[in-house]
Write a protein that binds this ligand. Sequence first.
Ligand code: GDG
Length: 483
Amino acid sequence: MSKTIIISNRLPVQLQISDGGLSAIPSVGGLATGMKSVHSGGESLWIGWSGLTDEEIPESLENEIDKALENHGCSKVRLTENDVEGFYFGFSNRTIWPLFHYFLEYSEFELDFWNTYKVVNQKFADAILEQAGDEDIIWVHDYQLMLVPQMVKEKRPNTSIGFFLHIPFPSYEIFRTLPWREEVLQGLLGSDLIGFHTYDYERHFLSSVRRLLGLDVSFNDIYLDNRVIKVDSFPMGIDYKKFRDAAVAHEERKENNKSDLQQKLDNHKASAPDTKLILSIDRLDYSKGIAKRLNAFEYFLNKYPEYKEKVRLIILAVPSRSNVPQYQLLKREIDELVGRINGELSTVNWTPIWYFYRSLPFENLIDLYTSSDIAWLTPLRDGMNLVAKEYVATRTDKTGVLILSEMAGSAYEMNEALLINPNNFEQQADTLKNAITMPKEEQMARNMFLQKRLERYNVEVWANEFMNALHKKSDVEDVNISR
Ligand code: GDG
């Protein structure tokens, strides 16, 4: 029987070795969260890096680790410290991530990074070749592994390979600045199906393929000498039921078994019933626009001073890539901004910003989603943004207002949200006011449409549509290639 092989940089569990022994911790992040329901559902194997380098894995624990991973349907790719440095912190996060999010000035074009990226992509490809049979379907995820499809296709021309990019694909004008642009495209073209979150990313990719490789592109098909590659958009959904059920359980549990955080949120509501809670949750990343959001919040309070003591902004910034210099600088900038704004505007009864720099347990995430009147998400660029979808899914009584950046892939599907340009402070101040004063009926009408769509196009549907398209592709022998 054929199986699905999922390949991503990180496995959906992270291993940690401490005095207490080995522990497997579920990963945080869009991909891990989204694919979990797919992986646990069927016959599949997930290949990725465990989060521990070779140097960190004692020989005595090697078998125990493999067993622990096997129990989660996973198999690990071994990476050295040097690999992780050049491939992950280097090429992936200091070259591709900034470039694909239009932060050209942050992009470092280092030959060493690129060389390590190639070596590590080969390690992932080798792990697949070792474990996959000819009948298996292979699904490669994300920007860390763009060379893998080609490396596998060379050795297994008949195996079906899908690739999905979770981040934006930038316009040709940005992409062409990459010194290794042709190699990256060739790597991706080892796939039979290439998926993006939005039609725009798909268009940008096709345009680069045509202009940089001179290939024949028709609609969303790319014609090679011996096969046709399909390119399409598959906007990723969430595990709607999981968030919905968690929100319902949260309501039932609330009175007798509250978390400390929920208790604090309730105390706040009781002491200041007219105060609106505005929530934002992101990894601490420059693409998420956290610093600009803080400035826009200050702008709002200056433009509409009547809302001082009437609103509170909760910022949950999840630590991310903290050994990349740009992230350290950003952390300092945000710390300072929060300190300055709170210092200047706080009163005896009011602190305008609550700032958490940590990853919270899932239950606390639900506490925040369900207790906040407004979610304010302002990425400068974001492939999709699942937080926006999760917030709406947890609003069991359909109240709550989502303010969402137009630059997030999710904005294309969430027209009922209040869409903003994160660079436009004037517009955001007015939108915040609009959200604060929006009648409940309007909130409910907007969320009703949003919830219906999220329920229908959940993450399982997303994964199935991608897999069906890949199956269809492999069933129909590539016809018409003699065009
Ligand atoms: C990439 C793309 C694309 C966040 N804080 C906590 C926590 N989370 C969970 C959220 C959500 C996920 O992490 C974040 O997903 P996003 O989509 O918002 O962002 P990225 O991590 O940047 O993901 C993105 C995604 O891939 C999928 O393709 O949408 O554009 O950049 O699920 O709930 N979870 C817990 N504690 C936290 O503190 N437990």
